[in-house]
Design a protein around this ligand. Sequence first.
Ligand SMILES: [Zn+2]
Length: 189
Amino acid sequence: MAGLVFLSILALVVAIPHTTLALELVASNASPASPGGQRFDAELGINGALSMMVDAIHYIQMAFAYSSPATPRKTVDTITFTLEDMPGVAYTYGSQFHLSASYVAGYTGEFQREMRSIVYHEMTHVWQWDGKDGNRAPSGLIEGIASFITLSYVNDLRPGFVTELNSKLATGWSESFFSDLTGKSVEQL
Ligand SMILES: [Zn+2]
């Protein structure tokens, strides 16, 4: 498509509990004309994404006991979120969170819940430790911790969720399992 590329960007400064630090969140839709960019703007928007990121950061910092002086904390000044044209689903490099516009366009399940799940997973990657140079943790462990935090969040909303989800998986898989078990609308979850 010819013409200007519009980049809509919104930034937000968030206070980090138990510290004097502030964190800047910067979100942008770098593919606004694509089907995924248009769906993103219509069903979530930059404000919605920022709001989910704030919720996730607070949850993750609680889960990782950031209020305890004994917890080694990551220093993060700015987290960026970009919706863009790329293969795959999402990834986070350092504190840069990238989401695929084509994944957004093609997702057929409960969109808000899927976005929240991705945001919790990717925000965990920003805050979790992964070892040190020359002594990195296995990627399966890093991914497992991000999935654990995301499922813990849902299980906190609905105690027993993981146990009952496991039982339901004996009969197959349905997107509706999440709303069946949580009794929550997708916006609430
Ligand atoms: Zn991951």
